[in-house]
Ligand binder design. Sequence first.
Ligand code: FAD
Length: 448
Amino acid sequence: MTESLRIGVIGGGIAGLTAAYRLAGDGHDVILWERAERLGGQAGAFPMLGTALEYFYHHLFTSDRAIVDLIDELGISDSLIWPTSNVGFFADGKIYPLSSATDLLRFDAVPLIDRIRIGLVTLYLQKTKSWKKFERVTTASWLRRAIGSRAFDKVWGAQLRAKFGPRYDEVAMVWFWNKIFLRTQSRRSPLEKEHLGYILGSFNVLIDRLGEAIVERGGVVKAGVGTDAITRVDDHWVVKTSEGEEIERDILIATVPSPILLRLVPELPEEYKRKLTGAIYQGAITMILQSRRPLSNIYWLNIGDPSVPFTGVIEHTNLISPDHYQGWHLIYAGKYVEQDHPYLTMSDEELFEEYIPYLQRINPEFDRDWIEHYWVFRERAAQPIITLHYSDRIPSLRTPLAGLYLANTSQIYPEDRGTNYSVRLGNDVVDQVRQDIGKSQRDAAQSS
Ligand SMILES: Cc1cc2nc3c(=O)[nH]c(=O)nc-3n(C[C@H](O)[C@H](O)[C@H](O)COP(=O)(O)OP(=O)(O)OC[C@H]3O[C@@H](n4cnc5c(N)ncnc54)[C@H](O)[C@@H]3O)c2cc1C
C-alpha cells in the first residue's frame, strides 16, 4: 500500500490535469494550481453561441491514442467525432485544394516537375519511420535539396517562413518529417479522405471532466490561483501562491513553460538551467471571426503568400457544421510570431484592421459586414522550436532537485507538441513519480 503524499501540480493545462487526475486516483493529497481563471491552458475554450470554442483551433489525428484512451476512460467518448477534413493552399490570389494526389497534380502554382517531386518526397516521408537521421539536418536545407529551390520557396519554404519567421532555417528536419508522417496516419489509405477528431462542445468537455474527476478523487483544483515561488525547506517544498498562501508539498510537478520554471526555482543546478534556457518558443495569435458567411469551403488553408499577415485560415465550421453554432461560421486567422513581434502587443482593433484587406484577398466577396463579432487570443509559449540535435537538449522529467518534476511541451519529441502528447507527458511524469515513491518507500522499509 502506497503512503499518501502531499502533491502539488503547477498548471492546469492538459498535462497538469492528466497528472493530477492520476495521482489523486492513487490516493495522494493533490492540489492543482492554475494561474488563469479557466482550466485548459492552450487547449481551453471560452463560452460562445450557447456552446464553447477553443481560443486556438484544435483537432485530433487518428494516431492520437493517448488522448482518445483518456476520453474513453472518462466516459465522454460520445462527444468525440471524426469528420472528414480538407486542406488548401493560398498563393497568387488563388485557393488551391490540396487534399489528394489528384489535387497535387492540378496544383499549377509550381511546374509539373516540381509537383512530382513534392509528391515523391511526401510519399518518402510518409513511409519513413526512422527519424534519427533528420536530427542532424535542417528542414530548409533537406527540402531545398529534395524538391529544389523553386518548389521550396513557393510551397513548404513559404509555410516554414510564415511559421518560424527569422528562425525558419534553424528548424530541424525531424519537425517537418513528423508533420507529414502524422498527417498520413489520419488516413487509412492515400485514396481515402483525412478524418480529424473533435470534441463536440469543445475541448472543455474533456477539461471540465478532468477537473471534476480530480475533485471526485479527493483532489483540490484552484483555478485563478498562480504559483509565485517555490522553495525547498528541509525535506519538502513550500509553494507561495498568488493569494499569499504558503503551502507545503512533498512532491511538485511543474507543467509550465521552461522560462517560468526558471523564474520559480532560481536554485536549479546550472546544467539543468541551460536546458531550460535553451527552449525557444514561437508565440501564437489567433483572431476568431464570427461570420454570416463562409470565407471558403476549406477547413485548413495554408497561406503561401508572404504578404498576407497570417499563417493560416482554419475555418472551424468547415469541419464542424455551423448548426452547432446557431448557424454562424467560425473562422480562425492564425499566426505564429517571435517573442518581440508587434502583433503580441498591438490592440485587437488594430490587428482586425490589419487583417481585413487580406481576408478580401482570399475571398474577393468578403465584406466586413459579414463579421458579427471577433476575438483575439495570444499565447507566448505556443510552439517550441525544434532545432538540430534537439534530443541532447531536452530537460529530464525528473529535475535534479528532489521531489521536483517538469512536464512541459519542450519535452515532447520527436512528435510536435499537441494535446495527445500532453496527455502522454502527464502519464509519463506520473510513472516516474510512482517509481520514485515506490523506491523511497522500499528504501525506508529496508533501513527500519
Ligand atoms: C495555435 C495553436 C493551435 C493548436 N492546435 C492544436 C491542435 O489542433 N491539436 C492539438 O492536439 N493540439 C494543438 N495545440 C497544442 C496544444 O494545445 C498544446 O500542446 C497543449 O494544450 C499543451 O498543454 P500543456 O498542459 O502541456 O501546456 P499548457 O496548455 O501551456 O498549460 C500550462 C498551464 O500552466 C499555467 N501556468 C503558467 N504559469 C503558471 C503559474 N505560475 N502558476 C500556475 N499556473 C501557471 C498556464 O496558464 C497554463 O494553463 C495548439 C496550440 C496552439 C497555440
